[in-house]
Design a protein around this ligand. Structure first.
Ligand SMILES: Cc1cc2nc3c(=O)[nH]c(=O)nc-3n(C[C@H](O)[C@H](O)[C@H](O)COP(=O)(O)O)c2cc1C
Length: 221
């Protein structure tokens, strides 16, 4: 296998510099409940209280699912494993009710551990319609939407990348579920949605970058 390093796609989606940003607090790296207890307790939760999520909670979930856990020069490793360390999954936060975060669609920048506002204004209702009427898109404090840029993985794996991208998304989603449970929050994976509608809400083109999975998170009722 010959790889052209000059053709390696950027593993970060670079946002325009003018977008409003929200700095996320540093994630907790060692405290927290034990892994076994968290695995044992985790369930999909679809009923949420109305109270907002805290920014620290969102920060922890983003870091544990899509964040950077180890950096070395020219290469950073993330919380969830990824075929070839090519990280084709991008994370968006559809913010419904999060303290200190404007309602709207934010893109998560793992390198800066921050959010960039790509669309202002609550769109939980619109997302619920795009997800076949699933109310959790509106009642959750936030819905994370994961898109894939398959080109990153294709650079190394060609057609095989199309399997790997979904495997990668599953790892991110698994960490998301466990992080939410570890924080005492309720989460639910969402695979049922109209791709085009969700892509429109996120502002991604649906060709080069397309939604693959979502996850709702809120305070358990
Ligand atoms: C890929 C995937 C897609 C899913 N899509 C939905 C969905 O659209 N709506 C929903 O309410 N639950 C969805 N779920 C949650 C499953 O229904 C749930 O994981 C399953 O019933 C097992 O229950 P548990 O998660 O509590 O263990 C999805 C889960 C996965 C892994």
């Amino acid at each position: 296998l010959r790889l052209d390093p000059a053709a390696k796609p950027d593993v970060f989606k670079r946002d325009p510099a003018h977008l409003p940003t929200v700095a996320l607090p540093d994630p907790e790296r060692d405290a927290g409940p034990g892994l076994w207890a968290t695995v044992a307790a985790r369930r999909s939760v679809r009923h949420y209280r109305h109270e907002p999520l805290e920014l620290s909670e969102l920060s922890q979930i983003l870091w544990a699912s899509g964040g950077i856990t180890h950096s070395s020069p020219g290469l950073s490793f993330r919380a969830a494993p990824s075929a070839g360390a090519l990280y084709p999954i991008e994370t968006y936060v559809v913010a419904n009710r999060i303290s200190g975060v404007e309602a709207g669609v934010h893109h998560y920048d793992p390198a800066g551990h921050r959010l960039l506002l790509v669309r202002s204004g609550g769109c939980g209702r619109e997302l619920a319609v795009a997800a076949l009427g699933q109310e959790i898109c509106e009642s959750a404090g936030a819905v994370l939407a994961w898109t894939a840029l398959a080109e990153r993985t294709e650079w190394k794996y060609g057609d095989r990348a199309h399997r790997y991208v979904y495997m990668d998304a599953g790892h991110v989603g698994g960490n998301f579920y466990l992080a939410a449970e570890a924080l005492g929050l309720g989460a639910c994976g969402i695979g049922a949605f109209y791709d085009d509608e969700v892509n429109g809400i996120l502002g991604v083109d649906g060709a080069r970058e397309t939604v693959v999975y979502m996850g709702a998170v809120g305070r358990k009722r």
